[in-house]
Design a protein. Structure first.
Length: 271
């Protein structure tokens, strides 16, 4: 590394002094990667100054509800040879099975989908990885791609924070939001500047790469997802009908919200 490797050509990108110390001390830098543009830009930036032997990538796979090709996209865009681990939910249940069992979709206020399907499994796998690799000295910087521009709630988050829940004797854990200050345009510029392209769903008209149908998605994204993934759209619409609760907090069912007719199933068409 050069003398000031964290001075990247991006005024909004800032590496807190405590974070630099952790990296210098040999901490594991674990990058939570969703496959989306923010994770990809964060990967590109961190790979420029974090020694590659200290990098780990972790993805919480969401199975059928995530965009096809997500894991392949992550594999193709992280530094060659960098470890990628998957953090599946322990119960083995899918997101749609959990919704059906609860009889309700998650909401912005009660967002159990993120905590149960992403944060908890990722933290579990990182604790295991750290324990299995004593060369990191129990030090971990957990990097996540949340940005202030995404929502008022995310704007309020500290970009550098000691994770008290996961820190204990022998384990020092900090959460870091390296691209908290970046705009959406800067994120796309970082990706293009590295000669990479974002996941194919963006070029197909999606503005975010979350679950294909997300509780927080805009109407335009839900409409485009319905066109791109008709089979999954049919499953979501059928689940809404069965449980009598809508994915959208507007309480408008998906077919009315998107204007996209629900395609008939194979059983209905006799195919
Ligand atoms: S992408 Fe949306 S629906 Fe999926 S886990 Fe995150 S908040 Fe929940």
């Amino acid at each position: 590394m050069s003398a000031a490797p964290w001075r990247l050509d991006l005024p909004e990108f800032f590496v807190p002094p405590e974070c630099r110390e952790m990296i210098r001390a040999g901490a594991l830098v674990a990058v939570s990667h969703s496959g989306g543009k923010d994770s990809q830009a964060m990967t590109i930036l961190l790979s420029r100054f974090v020694p590659h032997g200290q990098l780990l990538f972790v993805h919480a796979p969401l199975g059928e509800v995530e965009w096809p090709g997500t894991i392949e996209h992550i594999e193709a865009t992280i530094p060659p040879g960098a470890p990628l681990i998957l953090a599946p939910v322990a119960s083995g249940k899918t997101l749609l099975e959990r919704v059906e069992a609860r009889g309700r979709w998650p909401s912005a206020g009660v967002r159990w989908c993120t905590s149960d399907f992403k944060r908890t499994p990722i933290e579990r796998e990182l604790r295991r990885y750290l324990k299995a690799h004593p060369r990191f000295g129990g030090r971990i910087v957990s990097a996540m791609g949340m940005r202030a521009a995404e929502s008022p709630a995310r704007a309020k988050r500290e970009a550098w924070n000691r994770n008290a829940r996961n820190s204990r004797a022998g384990r020092q854990w900090f959460d870091w939001l390296p691209i908290h200050g970046l705009s959406t345009a800067e994120v796309f510029r970082v990706i293009a500047g590295a000669g990479q392209t974002p996941h194919w769903a963006y070029a197909s008209g999606m503005s975010r790469l979350s679950c294909s149908f997300c509780i927080l998605a805009s109407r335009a994204d839900l409409r485009r997802a319905a066109e791109l993934r008709p089979g999954l759209y049919r499953d979501y619409a059928a689940l809404e009908r069965r449980i009598g609760h809508t994915l959208s907090p507007s309480r408008v069912p998906l077919p009315a919200l998107t204007g996209v007719p629900v395609p008939p199933s194979a059983a209905e068409t006799g195919v």
